[in-house]
Each structure stands twice: as C-alpha cells, then as structure tokens.
Design a protein around this ligand. Structure first.
Ligand SMILES: NC(=O)c1ccc[n+]([C@@H]2O[C@H](COP(=O)([O-])OP(=O)(O)OC[C@H]3O[C@@H](n4cnc5c(N)ncnc54)[C@H](O)[C@@H]3O)[C@@H](O)[C@H]2O)c1
Length: 351
C-alpha cells in the first residue's frame, strides 16, 4: 500500500446504502481499507456484505465490527485500533412508517448516536466525517426545490431525528472545529434494499402476485436516485467538499409513486388489479413532494452517471435474480409481524 492509504469507517455498512458504499469504495479506491460498524438491527444483514467478506481480495481491506454507534467504548476502540482516517455515517433507524410506531429508538440512533460519533471523531483527530442525511429534513415543497439553505421543517419522527443529527453535526463543526460534512439525498433505489421500503416491498410482492398498497392517490412525488450515484456523490463530497458545509445529492428525477408503480407493473408484466389504493397511514405527516437543487455539488464537478429507467430496470432484474437474498428476510417472523401490524388493517386477507 502507498502513502495515500486511508481507512474509512462505514457505520451502518450492513444496510442498503452503506453496503453499496463499501462496494463502491473498495472498487474505486484500491489503496483504501473499509471497516464497518453495524448493530445488525432488523434492517442490517450480514448476507448483504457476504460478497465482500467472501472475496479473498478483500481479506486485508475489509473488517466488520458488530456494535452500536451509541456505544462510545466500541466507537473509540475501533478508531484507535484501526487508525481510522475517515468516518461515513449511514447508521440510522431509517423507516418513516416505523417511526410512527416507535419514535424513541430513532432519537437514540439518529441523534444521540451521531453525537457519539462526532465526539469520538474530534478526540481521535479523524480527518473527515461525512454524515448522511436526507431531503426529508426540510419537509414538503409544492413547487421549486430545496437548497442547502432551506429551513429544517421535518414532519415525521424519522425526519425530525435526522434533522437533530444534522444539527449536532453543524454545532460540533462550529463549536469544536470537527471536520464534518453533511449530505442530503432523495429516495434511493438499487440492490440490497430492505424489502419494507416502497420499491423492494412492491417488487418482491409483485413477483409473488401479491397485492401492493398504494398510499392515498399515489400522487406523492419523490426525487429518485440510483444508489451508486448516491455513493459516488458521497465519495465526491468526502474528498472535495468543504468541511462544515451541506451538499444535496440528486439526479433531478422526480416521479410520483403512481408512476413508479406503473413502471414496476410494466417491467414485471403484472396486471393493474394487483394495486390496492389504501387510506394514507401517514395522514398529515405524509410529505407530498420532495425536490432538491443539486447546483452546489454540480458546480464542484460531480454528475450522476446512471440513467433513471435503465437503473430502475436493472434494479428490478436484481430482485428477480436474487431471491436467495430477500426470501429469507421476508419470511422472518419480525418482518411478517411488521407487515401484518402495519398493512393488515388495509389489506385484510390479501396480506
Ligand atoms: N434509503 C433512502 O432512500 C435514503 C435517502 C436519503 C438518506 N438516507 C439515509 O441514508 C442512511 C442509510 O439508509 P439505508 O436506506 O441504507 O438504511 P437501512 O435501514 O437499510 O440501513 C441502516 C443500517 O444501520 C444499522 N444501524 C441501525 N441502528 C444502528 C446503530 N445504533 N448503530 C449501528 N448501526 C445501526 C442497521 O443495522 C442497518 O444496517 C440513513 O442515515 C438514512 O437516513 C436514506
């Protein structure tokens, strides 16, 4: 390894975006080592990292630690033992619908956990920390788009906890000079996404000819980002961003949930009758539209590189071809329990 060898601590690396980020970094930075800290909650899965861990080429370049980001002793032990240069924090309770049922766990991880990481980063002189946030911290926007200066107006316990994490990061930079950067991104899609989120939930159910629940009239608009574009944006911010700054990452691909469902039905060759419109369980807390201005990061030279439709079809194909990854998850009692608690009242015997 040469002088530009770096060790990156990826917290939440056994989840959807974090695991894809590990793959991205190992592939694009041959001199980097990747260390994962993950609590393996219901959303974290070692099978998500199996291809990385089983690749002999990664033996000296990848290490997994089980544990919570709130655990100061664990975090500081890893920073010390692994001589970590960078932290990229994906660890979070990340599902809006679950945050309506159990908001307390979101504050533990998404606010207190971020504080522990920031504090440890400062004490161990970590060179840079990127905190991964979301467009949802700004709430809903009927026209135009959110810039990095838009006010924080979260509407769900999840987005409020993410806003709390961001504010910790901002304050630590100002008060202590902690070299932290924040990224905000829209709805990600791609391989290895836990099948409770809209896209993999719908794809896996449609594969089995099960009904899919569309909230309200399905007109909610999201800014869709292929996960590898998100990863390249984070890598770009890690290396080229200015510490203390916020960067929006997006592809300017706004699509309503209705449109997304139509594309899924067409690609999988399934009938409209599999879509069941249900009263919106999020009620007033369901943001109608998210939209991000990405001028700031683009002005520094970053661009996404995956056309939306192609990436969506590739993603659908991935779930069709990788049942061995998602079937064990959807048959777990905790998964079944959440689906029946949340959707049982709406889908009844079609569950
Ligand atoms: N999925 C999206 O569309 C999206 C969009 C924008 C931002 N984000 C943000 O990106 C990050 C990753 O999202 P995701 O979709 O990959 O989430 P995910 O739920 O798939 O993964 C989260 C991972 O964090 C781990 N984790 C949870 N609590 C932990 C704790 N206390 N300590 C250590 N590990 C813990 C879980 O085990 C899991 O592996 C989150 O911070 C989320 O807010 C997600």
């Amino acid at each position: 390894m040469t002088n530009d060898t770096k060790t990156v601590l990826v917290t939440g690396g056994a989840g959807f975006i974090g695991s894809n980020f590990c793959r991205y970094m190992l592939q694009h930075h041959p001199n980097y080592r990747v260390v994962v800290l993950d609590a393996l909650t219901y959303a974290g899965n070692l099978s998500t990292l199996a291809d990385i861990q089983q690749n002999p080429a990664n033996e000296a370049r990848f290490r997994f630690y089980p544990g919570k980001i709130q655990d100061e002793t664990v975090v500081r032990g890893i920073l010390e033992a692994e001589q970590v240069n960078y932290i990229v924090n994906f660890a979070a309770e990340s599902h809006n619908d679950r945050s309506l049922l159990d908001p307390g766990s979101f504050i533990q991880t998404d606010v207190y956990g971020v504080f522990v990481l920031l504090d440890a980063a400062r004490r161990h002189h970590v060179e840079r920390m990127v905190h991964i946030s979301t467009d949802e911290v700004c709430g809903t926007i009927s026209s135009g788009c959110f810039t990095e200066e838009s006010p924080l107006l979260p509407n769900t316990p999840y987005s409020a906890s993410k806003a709390g994490g961001e504010l910790q990061a901002r304050a630590h930079h100002i008060a202590y000079g902690t070299p932290v950067l924040i990224t905000r991104c829209g709805n990600n899609f791609g391989p290895f996404q836990y099948p409770e989120k809209l896209l993999p939930f719908f794809i896996t159910r449609l594969i089995d000819n099960k009904k899919v629940p569309l909230y309200g009239d399905g007109s909610q608009v999201r800014d869709w980002v292929y996960v590898m574009d998100h990863c390249s944006g984070i890598d770009f911010v890690l290396h080229h961003g200015v510490v203390g700054e916020i960067y929006n990452i997006g592809c300017n691909e706004e699509h309503s949930n209705k449109e997304i469902v139509r594309l899924l039905l067409e690609t999988l060759g399934k009938p409209d009758t599999l879509v069941r419109t249900i009263p919106d369980p999020r009620g007033k807390a369901h943001d109608h539209r998210y939209s991000l201005s990405t001028e700031k990061i683009r002005s520094l030279g970053w661009r996404p590189s995956h056309p939306f439709r192609e990436a969506l079809q590739q993603t659908i194909r991935w779930y069709v071809e990788n049942e061995s990854w998602w079937r064990p998850i959807v048959s777990r009692p905790d998964y079944q329990d959440f689906i029946s608690r949340f959707y049982g009242p709406y889908l009844g015997e079609d569950l």
